[in-house]
Design a protein around this ligand. Structure first.
Ligand code: NCD
Length: 328
């Protein structure tokens, strides 16, 4: 390792709380995280914020290459991984604008595609419509594979940035009441965030129409772990107690029956009138894209944190890439 990188490592990666433990690992599910590596990542993400704000970036991952392979649409996840890698001095092979321009359209299998890309890259970020496919890719790849969303399964890096946002906005995670609103059945960000929150002392509220209730295995996990949790279809039931209102889009692309989608697509609207009943200090979050579930007038409310949340995605993904690619 050259002198410059050693120097940056001293300032950036040393003296952090917790423990890394992610070096060389695939990032597939939030079950890989515990308080130790979360503390490490969040402290590193804070440092990444400073680095970006002062210098725009740092050459920690110079000459390192990330392959970004997206079999599903993405704006924030793909753009933030690219920005994160580039602000750390690395570069990206972006196969994000539709795999139709890659050999996938010629019928190449996922295992062959990842075994090809890892010949050029040091890690692969993968988004795929089928739950479990990222884990399959990771079995074939020698290099770390990072899950950027697999079907209705998990979206671990989103959950990390969500949790980091809660911490940044409210200063703590322990003791909070977190209400998830919307499509809790198909929304993978909810699946990951809920499980990640089980590392903390929180109360959980699940707000959805009946057909979009959170999967039973998820709610059972929460209940079995002894958490104070409640399910309701009415957001008014939780608005007064929520410290975090985590709103999600109804995942149209996951419905086999579009008539069912039509029935529930406008079920919730977070409006200024609703927020009048909320705590003065709380946050409204959304993984985005929103398609009507939060009114644009809410954007003016200081409690609307969703664009700050987007920004935090950059810092968390910088921290994660550093943790996976730099020996601690
Ligand atoms: C989410 C996703 O892809 O699961 N988007 C994101 O990564 N920020 C949420 C969504 O698509 O609704």
């Amino acid at each position: 390792m050259d002198q410059a990188i050693t120097g940056h490592r001293t300032t950036l990666l040393e003296g952090l709380p917790g423990k890394n433990g992610l070096y060389g690992q695939d990032i597939l599910a939030v079950s890989q995280f515990d308080r130790e590596n979360l503390d490490y990542l969040f402290a590193l993400a804070e440092r990444m914020r400073d680095v970006v704000e002062t210098d725009g970036g740092v050459d920690l991952l110079k000459h390192r290459v990330l392959a970004a392979l997206f079999y599903e649409p993405s704006t924030r996840t793909s753009a933030s991984f690219i920005a994160a890698m580039e602000r750390l001095g690395g570069s990206v092979i972006p196969i994000t604008q539709g795999v139709q321009f890659s050999s996938v359209s010629k019928g190449e299998s996922l295992p062959d595609t990842v075994r090809t890309l890892e010949q050029y890259a040091d890690a692969i970020v993968l988004r795929h419509p089928e739950t479990g496919s990222v884990a399959i890719a990771a079995r074939y790849a020698q290099k770390p594979v990072i899950n950027a969303g697999d079907g209705t399964g998990e979206h671990p890096t989103q959950a990390l940035l969500d949790l980091f946002t809660i911490l940044e906005e409210l200063g703590t995670i322990d003791g909070l009441t977190v209400a998830m609103v919307g499509d809790l059945r198909f929304g993978r960000t909810v699946h990951s965030l809920t499980q990640l929150l089980l590392n903390y002392d929180v109360r959980l509220r699940f707000v959805s129409p009946e057909i979009l209730r959170a999967p039973l295995d998820l709610t059972n996990k929460v209940r079995d772990a002894g958490y104070d949790m409640r399910e309701t279809y009415d957001v008014h039931d939780v608005i007064g107690e929520a410290d975090v209102l985590y709103v999600t889009r109804v995942q149209k692309e996951r419905f086999s029956d579009l008539a069912q989608y039509e029935q529930v697509k406008d079920y919730y609207l977070i409006s200024p009138a609703l927020l009048e009943r909320a705590k003065p200090k709380m946050v409204v979050m959304h993984p985005l894209p929103r398609v009507g579930e939060i009114s644009y007038e809410v954007d003016e409310d200081p409690r609307a944190a969703y664009f700050r949340q987007v920004r935090n995605g950059l810092y968390i993904r910088m921290a994660l890439l550093a943790a996976v690619l730099c020996p601690a």
